[in-house]
Design a protein around this ligand. Structure first.
Ligand code: CA
Length: 230
């Protein structure tokens, strides 16, 4: 399997270095640029499989550059993960409307970005170096749709698998029941939010056999979170 090539565009050196290191450790090939002009040159040279793009760049903003790429038939198909410092819902919507495939909000952990990059690449059917994520002693294999704990495959229903995959690719963040419905069941389904609780209970029960149920945490008044920290 070939290694997926990523292009990181970020003007802050500390963040750029952190991203390059984490992505290389995860088995990706990484090139980086500090602004859109530099990124464009690298792109013309060798189009990457995925672009990790900072929204706020000096000169042409990441947002504007993403728009240009989406109008360019040579680059239209390259998935983009937008990195934004602003967490407002309106910005996220604008970012996704621009044609970004996903976004992460600063501050984020390198592990979160690696997980999102793998998920986006898998979704668009691009080669990925390693479609596995290890978190909290749980191994998620997104290529084989399997979850393994202590060398044992976990007996999960398709819904519980999708829920765990979503949690493991979006760790440490709280999601409401309606967000989980959107992400795990899809926006077109109309089911009761209590269904989420039912599946959370089932998932916890399965994880409890391996003493891992504490990874799926209830955040009172908000929803649920998957995290290694209590
Ligand atoms: Ca920036």
């Amino acid at each position: 399997m070939s290694i997926a090539q990523l292009l990181v565009v970020e003007d802050e050196i500390a963040i750029r270095d952190m991203l390059v290191m984490a992505l290389e450790q995860a088995g990706f090939g990484v090139q980086c640029a500090e602004n859109a002009q530099q990124a464009q040159m690298l792109l013309d040279d060798m189009p990457p499989d995925l672009i990790v793009l900072d929204w706020m760049l000096p000169g042409l903003s990441g947002m504007e550059w993403a728009k240009r790429l989406r109008r360019d038939e040579r680059y239209r198909a390259i998935p983009i993960i937008l990195v934004t410092a602003r967490g407002e819902e309106e910005d996220k919507v604008r970012g996704l409307e621009t044609g970004a495939d996903d976004y992460v909000t600063k501050p984020f952990s390198p592990r979160e970005l690696v997980a999102r990059a793998k998920a986006v690449l898998r979704r668009v059917g691009k080669p990925i170096g390693d479609a596995r994520i290890m978190l909290g002693g749980i191994l998620l294999d997104m290529e084989q749709h399997r979850v393994i704990i202590d060398n044992q495959p976990l007996p999960l229903s398709p819904t519980e698998y999708r829920m765990l995959e979503f949690f493991m690719t979006h760790p440490d963040k709280v999601y409401s029941r309606s967000q989980l419905l959107d992400q795990v069941w899809g926006r077109t389904t109309y089911i009761d939010e209590r269904t989420v609780d039912v599946h959370i209970r089932r998932l916890r029960k399965t994880l409890a056999d391996f003493a891992r149920e504490n990874l799926v945490q209830t955040v009172r008044g908000f929803g649920y979170r998957f995290s290694e920290s209590a």
